[in-house]
Design a protein around this ligand. Structure first.
Ligand SMILES: C[S@@+](CC[C@H](N)C(=O)[O-])C[C@H]1O[C@@H](n2cnc3c(N)ncnc32)[C@H](O)[C@@H]1O
Length: 370
């Protein structure tokens, strides 16, 4: 899949042992230009040259830019519009956790951290800044991470659908917003389990489908937004992706061998209709996120899988945007925070029922203007 065969020679980047021969460094400062590559030592050049020749060969479709490495694997663009959306969404996740980057009870002085499907790398960078003891590795299909990063943070191009091959085990593995990416959560968790140290934690922070509405009369038939959500699930399903998957991770974590499984379902109201300052701000962020997620999530999927034309998708999304603006509708998204621990001793393991609690939303009566 994709890149030239990896070199087996010794690997040392920025003074940090390179974790795996199969991965490619994504330091965007180095690999845009072959001339700059020649300034590096031999082993660095071989990595940066292979990156230059393939992962930047982006594919353009319907006015959006898509990843080149493992082409077609992820149906969502990797352009600036999507990168801006991911950064905004990051703030919504942090606000949901009252400023925290994680829920798992990890120590402040944690060491090896892996962020799978890291996108723009914003979580990895902020985690590295806040945990100077940590060495944070972010991986993604797309080289869209900045070149100026903390010294304890690095990025690699990698496809998590392949076997995970890292030279070291991790204390903490984090993933976020992979609902449109993971095809097989069982395999994903089994690989995470294998690559964690005994006692290490996995955390998955996930948005999920379908979108929900507080108003009982709203259905897929009378709401373009509910219909969009159902169509997303249908189209993603045809690619082997379960849009509702993040709701059902407990048994999968358990069968992978994890214990102390914990889940919390939070809510993002779409717009300012929910009571409380925090939910009003979250509502603004979720609304802005949705406005960009509608085309990001649908253009590729609906044209490739449902065989709609670009025009048909855009007309339909205009109806969805109008629906999301309605003050008499109260849409929200469920946001799930799962974490689980790899047992310290795998010989005698008891895994209790997952702990799961759910946040409530209340309508703000002051806000009910149509
Ligand atoms: C919605 S973004 C989330 C990014 C980041 N976790 C965040 O929360 O900001 C999903 C990311 O998963 C990456 N991705 C999708 N499929 C992947 C795969 N098979 N291997 C590695 N990364 C993948 C995409 O390139 C994209 O950057």
């Amino acid at each position: 899949m994709g890149l030239v065969a990896p070199s087996r020679r010794s690997t040392q980047m920025y003074g940090v042992p390179f974790p795996c021969e199969r991965h490619w460094l994504t330091s965007t400062c180095n690999h845009q230009s072959d001339e700059r590559d020649s300034a590096y030592s031999d082993h660095q050049t071989s990595y940066t040259m292979s990156v230059t020749s393939s992962v930047f060969n982006f594919r353009y479709e319907n006015g959006r830019r898509y990843h080149a490495y493992a082409e077609g694997m992820y149906p969502v663009p990797n352009d600036e519009v999507e990168a801006d959306r991911l950064e905004l969404q990051h703030h919504a996740f942090r606000l949901t956790l009252d400023g925290k980057l994680h829920r798992a009870p990890i120590p402040q002085d944690i060491h090896n951290v892996l962020d799978i499907g890291c996108g723009t790398g914003i979580w990895s960078i902020e985690f590295a800044d806040e945990h100077p003891s940590a060495r944070v590795l972010g991986t993604d299909l797309s080289p869209i991470q900045p070149c100026s990063v903390p010294p304890n943070c690095e990025f690699l191009i990698d496809d998590f659908e392949l076997d995970w091959i890292f030279h070291e085990e991790f204390d903490f593995i984090h993933t976020r917003a992979l609902v449109a990416a993971v095809k097989d959560w069982n395999r994903f968790f089994s690989q995470a389990f294998t690559n964690l140290k005994p006692g290490g934690y996995l955390e998955c922070q996930e948005l999920t489908f379908p979108i929900k509405c507080m108003d009982p009369s709203v259905t897929d038939e009378n709401s373009p937004l509910m219909k969009w959500s159902a169509l997303f699930v249908e189209a993603a399903g045809k690619l082997g992706i379960d849009g509702t998957g993040p709701r059902h991770l407990g048994p999968k974590l358990r069968s992978a061998g994890f214990v102390d499984i914990n889940a919390k379902t939070c809510k993002w109201p779409v717009g300012r209709w929910a009571k409380g300052d925090k939910f009003k701000l979250l509502g603004d962020l979720a609304y802005a996120d949705l406005m960009d997620w509608l085309p990001s999530s649908s253009l590729g999927l609906f044209t490739r899988v449902l065989k709609w034309t670009q025009h048909e998708v855009e007309v339909f999304l205009a109806e969805c945007r109008a629906e999301a603006k309605r003050k008499d509708r109260h849409y929200y998204a469920d946001v799930l925070f799962w974490y689980a621990r790899k047992p310290r001793n795998t010989t005698s393991v008891y895994s209790h029922e997952p702990v799961h609690d759910e946040e409530e939303l209340e309508l703000d009566d002051q806000n009910q203007t149509t």
